[in-house]
Structure formats: C-alpha cells, structure tokens
Design a binder for this molecule. Structure first.
Ligand SMILES: Nc1ncnc2c1ncn2[C@@H]1O[C@H](COP(=O)(O)OP(=O)(O)OP(=O)(O)O)[C@@H](O)[C@H]1O
Ligand SMILES: [Mg+2]
Length: 237
C-alpha cells in the first residue's frame, strides 16, 4: 500500500522538529531516509505511527491515518520497528513473535516469519535478551511482520551490527518488497547498505527534505558526499 506523508509538522511540546515534511513510498517500493543526527528522522517515524501529535497529512492508500492511535495502526496495515530493537528481553523468542500478532491473533504468520529468519527458528525458547544484537534486530523485524503489515517503517536497523548481518537484513527487506509488495520506509545512516536495496532516498535536514532522488543521484550529490564521506572526496566522481 502507498504511504504518503504530506506537509507534516510535529515536535515535542514547544519544540518543533518537523517543518512541513513530505515524502511518498509507493506500493512495493523502498525509500531511505537519511540525514544528520537530530535532523528529525526518528521524529518522522513517531509522527507517522501516531506516537506524537502531528499536523499535515499521512495516508495509506489514500486513507488518512493521522491521529489514529498507535495501537490501531497495526490493523490499518502499518508496522513500526523502533530504534534500539525494543524486544521484550525476559520473554522467549516465540512469545515476542506471538505478541507481534496481537492485532490478528487468529492467523499469525509464524512459519513465514521464521522462514525469513532461520536463525530465530532454532532459538524459539531462548530469552530474547540473550540473543545477539543481530538476532534481536531480526526478532524486532520478525515481530513487526507478525501483524501482516502492508507498510513498514524502520529506524536504523543496522545500528551496531556486523556488515554481514546488515546485508542479511537489507536483503530480507528487499525480498519483502519484491515478493510481498510491502512498502518500506527505512531510516538508515549506513548509506552503502541502504542504497544497495532502496528505490529512492530523501535527505532530511532540520525537519525538511533537502534532497530527493535515486541512490545513484544522491551518492553523487556533493551534500551527501560531504556529510557522509567527509570533505576529502567531495566533488570527485
Ligand atoms: N522525547 C523528546 N522530547 C524532546 N525533544 C526530543 C525528543 N525526542 C527527540 N527530541 C529532539 O528532536 C530533535 C530530532 O530528534 P530525532 O530523534 O528525531 O533525530 P534523528 O534524526 O532521529 O537523530 P539520530 O540520527 O541521532 O537518531 C532533536 O533535537 C531531539 O533532541
Ligand atoms: Mg533517530
């Protein structure tokens, strides 16, 4: 389903963080959101998912979800994988996954989810808190998939993970997009990992979109080279 964000304004009390941000994730596509620390990337995800008040418009297939309480978002087809992979550490892998299906408890896609993450399948009774960082990230994503979302928003899933696991996670996202038609909004600082799989990307600065394009276009933009790869190679081909 298409996720559209239009002219979104949000913040924390008197602090305004997003200033009329717009972006679009068409059905079955992946959009990367990149930008400096404090640019408002996590705030964007919180505003989309109804965790903080916002004005403007957020729609899924044309239907507004702005103002829908967070706990009803799963039923609307949206899943949020927050930063720091918030799994329930004392609960087993299985229970963490099953909790992800509370919005459709009758038919949880446990087998489908485990097929995507074979590492989890062998650890179903292990406490989530004892998983490695990479496994916890897989669990956080797996738990989100248990609600059978049609759009998913993720906050820096690669943080703290070894390059090989990052590639594995990006590949799973690409597969979900390609075979499941999932729309994916991916906040990511690891540009080389994200740009390998996404269709388009936006650069957010001070709560606004300052650049938008294909990964190739953005990789050659001086602003992106400067911000992410230092001044040394800025401007070189
Ligand atoms: N709960 C909060 N209360 C008050 N201010 C907040 C809160 N959360 C974030 N902010 C502020 O909002 C601004 C944007 O923060 P946000 O977390 O959205 O940035 P970000 O782009 O996700 O950064 P990072 O790359 O470091 O994760 C920052 O100035 C931050 O201090
Ligand atoms: Mg953040």
């Amino acid at each position: 389903m298409t996720l559209e964000v239009a002219n979104l304004t949000a913040g924390y009390g008197p602090l305004k963080v997003l200033h009329g941000l717009s972006c679009s994730v068409p059905t079955g596509s992946m959009l990367a959101v990149v930008g400096a620390n404090g640019a408002g990337k996590s705030t964007l995800l919180r505003a989309i998912n109804g965790l903080i008040p916002a004005s403007g418009e957020v729609t899924l297939d044309g239907e507004s979800i702005l103002g829908v309480p967070t706990e009803r978002m799963a039923r609307r087809g949206l899943a949020h994988v927050p930063e720091n992979r918030l799994v329930f550490p004392g609960l087993s892998v299985r229970d963490n996954l099953v909790l992800g299906a509370w919005s459709n408890p009758r038919n949880p896609p446990l087998d489908e989810t485990l097929a995507l993450f074979p590492r989890l399948a062998t650890r179903l009774s292990q406490a989530a808190g004892s998983l490695s960082g990479g496994e916890q990230q897989m669990l956080a994503l797996g738990r989100a998939l248990m609600s059978r979302p049609r759009a998913i928003i993720l906050d820096e899933p690669s943080i703290g993970l070894a390059p090989k696991i990052v590639i594995e996670i990006m590949d799973v996202l690409a597969r979900l997009r390609d075979s499941g038609g999932l729309s994916i909004l991916l906040v990511e600082q690891n540009l080389s990992a994200a740009f390998r799989v996404v269709d388009r990307a936006i650069v957010v600065a001070h709560g606004r979109v300052v650049l938008e394009g294909s990964p190739e276009e953005l990789m050659s933009a001086p602003e992106v080279r400067q911000a992410y790869f230092g001044g040394l190679d800025a401007g070189s081909p």
